[in-house]
Design a protein around this ligand. Structure first.
Ligand code: C2E
Ligand code: CA
Ligand code: CA
Ligand code: CA
Length: 279
């Protein structure tokens, strides 16, 4: 028994070491990934429930490494945040996303919004509003067509500092969304004071619709609260008709998820949006 216990302990130790080694290897590879063209951006459409029109898309980062295969953002974005690379990568994603939107606009697709995820490091860095303004200038995207997504935990962890930064973005004219809403610990009073425009209900609550009563209670409450504050509400991770119907019935504004479309490359997304526009 003693030997077995010891073996178990050793195995645990080995796997910890393997995890640390993989993180170090990936962090090193990530340094070269951007220059080598291993990163790319995919776009997931968002749909209005009232009109069925596609309102825009969210930019999602992908890493296809020749050595390590497809690595999901949940694994490499924390690494990029740790070593500061997220600043460079984040600016690149922002530029790519704006270039894609501008191409769609040049092909006659109007009134679309491009949403880009922002890490806390980007937000707190001195001149990120300046970076955003420059990217908008360079690409020709109007500020109204850009939405920046921030997670709730980010906003709450740096409350005073973020409020100041967010006002700078709003002055630029870009929209601000709270991502993964409901998973953090927002004070509703605080929410009222932030210059946000959109709330994205976290997909865990949407997954519960039709199964757990809490999912429906939280969803309907968030929609009512958001509308009371004059905010746009998006449901994330919508995968089936039951969920979409429930959200439409309860006046959620927009849905995003596999039910509308998987994330697509820029060309495929443009074709998708065009096919869905009313004639
Ligand atoms: P997120 O911002 O909450 O993005 C939504 C995630 O849900 C995406 O995962 C998307 O592919 C996935 N998803 C969309 N529809 C469905 C659905 O119907 N069902 C299910 N089960 N999942 C769905 P992804 O692309 O793996 O991204 C994971 C997270 O990585 C994102 O969560 C975001 O926090 C972060 N991320 C992605 N791209 C960027 C980026 O450019 N910058 C930063 N800072 N973070 C990013
Ligand atoms: Ca997001
Ligand atoms: Ca989210
Ligand atoms: Ca998330």
């Amino acid at each position: 028994a003693k030997a077995a216990g010891r073996r178990t302990y050793m195995r645990y130790d080995d796997s910890m070491e393997a995890t640390i080694r993989r993180r170090a290897t990936l962090a090193g590879a990530l340094h070269k990934a951007l220059d080598r063209g291993e990163l790319h951006v995919v776009y997931q459409p968002r749909q209005s429930l009232a009109t069925s029109r596609i309102t825009g898309a969210e930019a999602l980062l992908r890493w296809s490494s020749p050595e390590h295969g497809e690595i999901v953002p949940a694994e490499f974005i924390p690494l990029a945040e740790e070593n500061g690379m997220i600043l460079e990568i984040g600016e690149w994603v922002l530029r790519e996303a704006c270039l894609a939107l501008q191409r769609w606009r040049q092909h006659g697709l109007d009134g679309l919004t491009i949403s880009v995820n922002m890490s806390v490091l980007q937000l707190l860095r001195g001149d990120f509003a300046g970076v955003v303004r420059r990217v908008l200038d360079d690409t020709g995207v109007p500020p109204q067509a850009l939405e920046l997504e921030l997670t709730e935990s980010v906003l709450m962890a740096n409350a005073a500092q973020t409020a100041v930064k967010l006002h700078a973005f709003r002055e630029l004219g870009v929209s601000l969304a709270i991502d993964d809403f409901g998973t953090g610990y927002s004070s509703l009073a605080y929410l009222k004071r932030l210059p946000i425009t959109t709330i994205k209900i976290d997909q865990t609550f949407i997954a519960d619709l039709g199964h757990e009563p809490e999912g429906a209670a939280i969803t309907t409450t968030v929609v009512a609260m958001a509308h009371g504050l004059g905010l746009n509400v998006v449901a994330e991770g919508v995968e089936n008709q039951v969920q979409a119907d429930f959200l439409a019935l309860h006046h959620c504004d927009e849905i995003q998820g596999y039910w509308v479309s998987r994330p697509l490359d820029a060309v495929a997304c443009m074709a998708f949006i065009r096919n869905r526009q009313p004639p």
